[in-house]
Design a protein around this ligand. Structure first.
Ligand SMILES: *[C@@H]1O[C@H](CO)[C@@H](O)[C@H](O)[C@H]1NC(C)=O
Ligand SMILES: *[C@@H]1O[C@H](CO)[C@@H](O)[C@H](O)[C@H]1NC(C)=O
Ligand SMILES: *[C@@H]1O[C@H](CO)[C@@H](O)[C@H](O)[C@H]1NC(C)=O
Ligand SMILES: *[C@@H]1O[C@H](CO)[C@@H](O)[C@H](O)[C@H]1NC(C)=O
Ligand SMILES: *[C@@H]1O[C@H](CO)[C@@H](O)[C@H](O)[C@H]1NC(C)=O
Length: 523
């Protein structure tokens, strides 16, 4: 009896448990369903710059120093103890002062194409996040570094259809291992003109000057107008004399080969539209040229060679904020920007597989970090456009993501670069306790008081000692796909920094600097 009733009781309790479990499962499914369909949480309405995230503020201060390290010419308020004046006679063979501008990477060539991209990205970062840079006193240094480049561009554009696009001969330069302050190699000039056009380099320079004209508009209106005048002339020069500089001047293929100029034309026109409000630039990007060059629907990687994703995000601004954004073709730019974002989000149905095991976007062995950092910069911009315009979600093949998902992605890439990686190393030189000691950078590898010149300086490349000078703010090429890094001075594939890497890093860090950011109109 007792036995029987216990077993009956057990049966009853079992039934109750089964029913309870079924209810729990049903509730969980219902909740999950509701969650999937509900709007992603937008969080509080963003206000002026929120609390500064010390980590990113510190990293930004480090990153910004690399621009000072790369400056050519007669330095002003030089803060880098091991740098001095250099290349003072650059441009003299054409009776021009081309002494300013920046060395592009570890050597001493001033390559106009990546230098212009550096300036455009730096302008963009200042325009979107200048108020945040200001919270850690980095706005003025950013403006000063930008002007160091645009001063050079003004002088490099002596007449409407001539632009000097390179100072120095890479072949001669690469035979030496010397400091910029003591270099003796010849510094020939390279120009593009109507007979030898260079649409991409001229258009990128137009983009740089148009975006910079917006940066300086309220600070120095005369300078801003001058930049805008050059930008307009350069755009016309680029557009009316179409031809790739890689074809006109085949020697450039070895260094910054361009895969096409259509992207730079659209990018430049987009910046000129923002800078002038002139309808003709709007029609340029939405009309026939948009159709020819925009490649709507196909996401690509933002880099010094490919400006399409940047253009898509920049033009999305019109769709998020302005009445001009209703045109069908502006929507196509925005849809393509969304396809880029969906590719970046790690859990999206269309997530790119170009990633390391630990989630770093990884596209190429050479200068691997350029892609994740540039992508994360675009992601934080897009996230802030969504937040500021109260746009709750982005749809990726039916799955919804909110601005916080994009921010999370951007943070993951920044944190990886700053040390959350299997090497437990910061790839931003000078940040954290552990960072590359053998950066491929001549100035950093040679003691400032060394007496060596062009040829005997090679002993500094061969030296097994760490660099005597720290190249603060250098963002090195970065890890292999298997997430290893060989810290060796001759390893330029992984260990060479560049101004354009630092520019996208500055953009990313400025965007992550505070806990909330609301973007403002910059036109
Ligand atoms: C035009 O540019 C080409 C390529 O840089 C150069 O060889 C040529 O001398 C330039 N033309 C003039 C008139 O300077
Ligand atoms: C430069 O790019 C063009 C266009 O993509 C390509 O045809 C050419 O082979 C490239 N040159 C080099 C040296 O890679
Ligand atoms: C540097 O090393 C290379 C090869 O490892 C050697 O050929 C060269 O002589 C060395 N140069 C100096 C200045 O030590
Ligand atoms: C990682 O990849 C690099 C480049 O492909 C290769 O040289 C290296 O041997 C790999 N290291 C490991 C530990 O697998
Ligand atoms: C580069 O440096 C590494 C280690 O310092 C050395 O093993 C290698 O031979 C060097 N390679 C060249 C091409 O000099």
């Amino acid at each position: 009896m007792g036995e029987h009733s216990r077993s009956k009781g057990w049966c009853g309790w079992f039934l109750v448990l089964v029913v309870a479990a079924l209810i729990v499962v049903a509730v969980v499914i219902a909740l999950k369903k509701r969650n999937d369909n509900s709007e992603p949480d937008l969080g509080p309405v963003p206000g002026p710059p929120g609390a500064v995230q010390k980590k990113y503020g510190d990293a930004l201060k480090v990153a910004m120093q690399f621009f000072d390290i790369q400056k050519s010419g007669k330095l002003v308020n030089n803060k880098i103890s091991w740098r001095g004046d250099s290349a003072l006679k650059d441009g003299s063979e054409a009776k021009l002062d081309l002494s300013k501008g920046m060395y592009d990477a570890g050597d001493h060539i001033k390559f106009g194409f990546p230098m212009a991209f550096t300036a455009t990205v730096l302008s963009w970062a200042i325009l979107e996040y200048g108020d945040q840079m200001q919270t850690v006193n980095q706005l003025q240094p950013a403006q000063d570094s930008l002007k160091w480049i645009t001063d050079f561009f003004i002088n490099a554009h002596p007449s409407e259809n001539v632009l000097f696009i390179q100072v120095g001969d890479p072949e001669a330069d690469h035979k030496c291992w010397d400091r910029p302050e003591t270099m003796t190699e010849k510094r020939p000039l390279t120009q593009v003109n109507t007979s030898f056009p260079g649409t991409e380099v001229v258009a990128e320079t137009a983009a740089a000057m148009a975006s910079a004209s917006l940066v300086f508009k309220s600070i120095d209106s005369v300078y801003s107008s001058e930049l805008l005048k050059h930008a307009k002339q350069l755009f016309t020069f680029a557009d009316e004399n179409r031809g790739s500089y890689s074809k006109s001047i085949p020697e450039v293929q070895k260094y910054y080969n361009s895969t096409g100029y259509g992207d730079e034309l659209l990018w430049a026109a987009s910046w000129l539209y923002h800078a002038t409000g002139d309808e003709s630039y709007y029609k340029y990007v939405t009309g026939k040229n948009g159709k020819s060059f925009a490649n709507w629907g196909s996401p690509t990687w933002f880099s010094w060679d490919d400006k399409r994703p940047g253009t898509q995000v920049l033009l999305s601004r019109l769709s998020f904020f302005g009445s001009k954004g209703k045109s069908e073709n502006i929507q196509k730019y925005r849809e393509t920007a969304e396809a880029v974002m969906c590719g970046l989000l790690p859990k999206s149905p269309t997530a790119t597989s170009s990633r390391t095991d630990n989630g770093l976007i990884w596209v190429s062995e050479w200068n691997a970090l350029q892609h994740p950092v540039a992508s994360a910069f675009l992601a934080i911009l897009y996230s802030d456009y969504m937040l500021t315009s109260r746009t709750a979600k982005l749809s990726c093949n039916g799955k919804s993501y909110g601005p916080s998902d994009l921010r999370k992605f951007a943070l993951s890439q920044a944190d990886y670069v700053l040390g959350s990686n299997p090497m437990e190393m910061s790839y931003l030189v000078g940040y954290g306790d552990k960072y590359p000691q053998y950066v491929h950078h001549r100035g950093a590898s040679i003691p400032a008081n060394a007496k060596t010149g062009c040829s005997d300086g090679w002993k500094w490349l061969n030296s097994t000692n760490p660099n005597p000078n720290v190249a603060f703010g250098a963002l090195v090429g970065g890890p292999f796909l298997n997430e290893t890094y060989v810290d060796s001075r001759n390893n330029s594939m992984q260990g060479e920094p560049s101004t354009y890497n630092t520019a996208v890093m500055v953009g990313l860090l400025s965007g992550l600097l505070t806990t909330s950011s609301v973007l403002q109109s910059f036109t």
